[in-house]
Design a protein around this ligand. Structure first.
Ligand code: GCV
Length: 679
């Protein structure tokens, strides 16, 4: 046995950024003990660095051993044992405690890293009682973030499309970040992501502009540099590519997926990528969508397109994530038969079984576009012979743009636990064999996410990907305990309960004061912040609510509407078909009803709209008050940042309330039953 005792802190946590859910304090329980690490390779070195840093900080002792059965006094053993690979996979681990020792056994260093962060999450409880051996293994093998980062600042979208946390973590002034401090920050980001359970990341925007396209070829070195910074934490790098790459980069006359020269071009380009980045994850593609090029131009299917890239990646074990977000964004609003909600199902379900094994169809969780309330996309349950990845949006494009508190884990949890074929059949998480993908909400803001409480969403992505059945409120509590370390606070319970209170129902609060009953949009066109009830009503984007003097909502029934409800299997197709059985929260998504239609709640639609909008604002007022009451317990900078954002949230929520209520009062002429102020 070789041993070394930690004397200096590793630089793992050295960063100017907020430590988020990995403050040094979170390592106290581990760092004050005698810890043995056994394992080789880059990720085992990372574990060792974490352990030595923690022990240096909190007075523990760290030793690294190369024999499989170390003797001697220790409290925590972190070890690898290859023979458990079948049971644990590369990322799983066993945790047990007996005879005063806690042991993490992984089959591979990646599992050791996850085991380490699990011990951090458990804190003191990892050491305070015996535990029988328990296996921990991620439910979803791929837990990926998609960054919508541009290399340069885009004239309309800024540097990070739909980004609300500053500029890109990866590029600045048109070049990849390469300074020591920048790369430390990328590494610190990878560290946070790994601690939440993320294992893959696509660096750049799915809308691939000219400069970003070149990341695949002559700018590949930038990708390799960023991949190097993420690798020590087990994050594999992926790239968004343009389907037109053979034309725009290769100078070929066509990007036709069946053309031999095109196939050869992709094979060669991909070979160069793997020469530079041997553990490269693969490509993400947005094709034939919102102006991005795709196979339709050549009369080919999306399976032809996806398989072209899958074949290029296959020799290296790479994967293409092909997005299903394909719809007509130049629709005529007068045309009531075209329904954007149907589009992905209509395009893709006929192709079930036609995709290669390493082609994953990446489907947004709802049929429209990340609204605060949508049904689960019908595509997810309708393609059993295709590997599906479910895409969620951590960046809060339609949920308050990180100026509003909106904890999304409860919504994502509902999605992941939904059973598209009904009771007794697989959940969305079980069907998502291609993984869970989230659009990242992080940027170069010192708090990573603009709004410090939006960190909870970033944290929840990986945790839910690892354990989709986890109670989302437990995960919120976990994030609070790590981030705010309440046990070090003079008033742990007041701190914990206060932060929990402002987060817990924040998604439903946001829903209350914005677009009602699943109808969606009503946002200001373009930037999508703030209310504009008719903002998209006469637009080409396929996002309408059809409010008139008698009623509101989109008829998507089979009998009289667009037929979207019939794209579901039973029981959902039947449940959604009739306004009598459709769940209240989705009523206006599936039906056009009169304002005096009575919901299951017993309220009329119009009274529901008024009540929820008044309640939503009251809930924001209360949350702001609770947050203000925590001023003495929360680090001042963080407290002030959140307090300031509550002012804006409240202003905006009142604007939403007044515009939505006034709009529907003016349309319907029905007064509020409680006589409250409507303009
Ligand atoms: C990256 C929505 C957003 C776009 C985004 C698109 C997508 O339409 O508004 O900014 O583009 O979704 O998911 O591709």
């Amino acid at each position: 046995m070789t041993a070394s005792t930690a004397s200096t802190a590793a630089s793992a946590s050295a960063t100017a950024s907020d430590p988020a859910w990995l403050p040094p304090e979170a390592f106290r329980a581990l760092g004050s003990r005698r810890v043995l690490v056994h394992g080789d390779g880059l990720l085992a070195d990372t574990v060792w660095g974490e352990v030595t840093a923690a022990c240096a900080e909190f007075g523990g002792e760290a030793a690294r051993v190369d024999g499989p059965d170390p003797a001697g006094p220790y409290d925590l053993l972190l070890r690898t044992r290859r023979e458990h690979l079948d049971r644990l996979g590369e990322e799983g681990f066993f945790l047990e405690r007996a005879g005063g020792r806690t042991t993490v056994t992984a089959a591979a260093p990646h599992g050791l890293l996850h085991g380490l962060f699990h011990v951090v999450r458990l804190g003191r409880t990892a050491f305070d009682r015996d535990r029988q051996r328990q296996a921990h293994r991620p439910a979803l093998a791929l837990r990926m973030l998609n960054h919508w980062d541009n290399v340069s600042v885009h004239p309309v979208m800024g540097q990070v499309e739909r980004g609300y946390a500053g500029g890109s973590l990866f590029w600045r002034d048109g070049a990849a970040r390469g300074s020591r401090a920048d790369l430390d920050r990328v590494r610190a980001y990878g560290r946070l992501l790994a601690a939440g359970g993320i294992n893959a990341l696509a660096l750049n925007n799915v809308n691939v502009h000219a400069e970003e396209a070149r990341l695949l070829t002559d700018r590949l070195g930038e990708v390799a540099g960023l991949a190097r910074a993420l690798r020590p934490y087990g994050i594999r790098t992926h790239l968004s590519v343009t389907f037109a790459a053979p034309v725009v980069l290769g100078g070929l006359p066509t990007a036709d997926p069946l053309d031999p020269a095109v196939r050869a071009w992709w094979a060669e380009a991909t070979g160069r990528v793997y020469a530079a980045i041997p553990d490269f994850g693969g490509y993400v593609v947005k094709a034939d969508s919102e102006g991005q090029p795709g196979p339709f131009a050549y009369g080919r299917t999306h399976a032809d397109g996806a398989n072209l890239l899958a074949d290029a990646l296959a020799p290296y074990g790479g994967t293409v994530h092909w997005r299903a977000f394909v719809y007509d964004h130049r629709q005529d609003w007068r045309d009531r038969s075209t329904d954007r909600a149907r589009a992905a199902h209509d395009h893709f379900t006929p192709l079930d079984g036609a995709f290669r094994d390493n082609a994953v169809l990446q489907v947004k969780h709802g049929p429209m576009d990340f609204q605060v309330r949508e049904p689960v996309s019908s595509v997810i349950g309708a393609m059993p012979a295709t590997r599906i990845a479910v895409e969620i949006q951590a960046t809060q494009e339609y949920t308050g743009q990180q100026r509003h508190v909106c904890a999304l884990a409860p919504m994502w949890s509902e999605v992941l636990r939904f059973r598209p074929q009904g009771e007794g059949t697989p959940t969305v998480a079980e069907l998502a064999r291609g993984g869970l993908v989230a659009v990242s909400n992080a940027g170069d803001d010192p708090y990573w996410t603009g709004h410090p409480l939006a960190q909870a969403n970033l944290y929840a992505v990986g945790r839910l990907g690892w354990e989709p059945g986890a109670n989302p409120y437990r995960l919120l509590g976990e994030w609070i305990d790590l981030t705010f370390t309440p046990e070090r606070s003079p008033e742990p319970e007041r701190l914990r309960a206060g932060v929990y209170a402002v987060l817990k129902d924040s998604w439903r609060t946001y829903e209350k004061y914005t677009a009602p009953l699943g109808v969606g949009f009503m946002v200001q066109p373009g930037h999508h912040y703030g209310p504009s009830v008719d903002g998209y009503e006469y637009s080409p984007w396929g996002t309408y609510h059809f409010a008139d003097r008698d009623g509101v909502g989109v008829d998507r029934s089979r009998a009289t509407g667009t037929g979207y409800a019939a794209q579901y299997a039973k029981p959902w197709s039947e449940l959604y078909e009739s306004p009598d059985t459709c769940p209240d929260e989705l009523l206006l998504f599936f039906h056009h009803v009169s304002y005096d239609h009575v919901l299951h709640s017993g309220k009329t639609v119009i009274q529901h709209i008024y009540d929820t909008h008044f309640e939503g604002v009251e809930e924001v007022e209360e949350a702001r008050r609770v947050w203000a009451s925590l001023a003495d317990l929360v680090e001042p900078g963080r407290h002030a940042r959140v307090a300031e954002r509550y002012e804006e949230q409240l202003r905006s929520a009142r604007e939403w309330r007044d515009q939505v209520n006034s709009y529907f009062f003016r349309k319907s002429g029905v007064p509020d039953a409680h006589g409250r102020r409507i303009y």
